[in-house]
Design a protein around this ligand. Sequence first.
Ligand SMILES: N[C@@H](CCC(=O)N[C@@H](CS)C(=O)NCC(=O)O)C(=O)O
Length: 212
Amino acid sequence: MKLYNYFRSSAAYRVRIALNLKGLQPENVFIHLLKNEQQAQDYLSVNPQGLVPTLVDGDEVLTQSLAIIEYLDETHPAPPLLPKAPADRARVRALALAVACDIHPIDNLRVLRYITRVLGASDEQKDAWYEHWIRLGFDAIEARLASDPRTGRFCHGDTPTLADICLIPQCANARRVKMNIDEFPTIARIEREANALSAFADAAPARQPDAA
Ligand SMILES: N[C@@H](CCC(=O)N[C@@H](CS)C(=O)NCC(=O)O)C(=O)O
């Protein structure tokens, strides 16, 4: 397997966690986003969206972190990243999508570049934008986690699922803009639990070979 990866990409970070949980070690191809390597023709021929991650498994070229993670879960079922019961699977997916669809895309590099370079937002306005969307999303995720007995050591029960795989990289993004995660006590507790596992800790941006 080959992973097109970038240390600071939280979507790639999700896939790194899933690979670690499954005990898989792909070869890395680093795509430096600040140098716009995601827009190089070579990479666009692999992933025309110009986004990381991309995972190549034999002849399969897989894009979109959640699709990649579900593919890994189906091809390498142990340990499972989704619970068995349909309602529980829906809960885990909803928590994951609350990050992956409703927080992360609005704070993506290309969006931040658009609001600063095209719309003329200042760095302060950009940071306020970034924090605003995380806070809105985390308020709702915290409420959901805190009120549901299915929340355990992790977002769903006592083993990591797709929900934790999405939440922990988003916490790292929040910390980068100096947000205080302790304002979201259940999220903060789950972050500590997850980062105590090597699968999560080893996937962290600072531990990647391309970390600047
Ligand atoms: N929905 C995609 C999002 C991928 C994505 O947005 N990746 C970011 C890094 S986290 C990226 O490549 N950004 C490049 C850019 O904005 O130019 C996924 O989950 O894989």
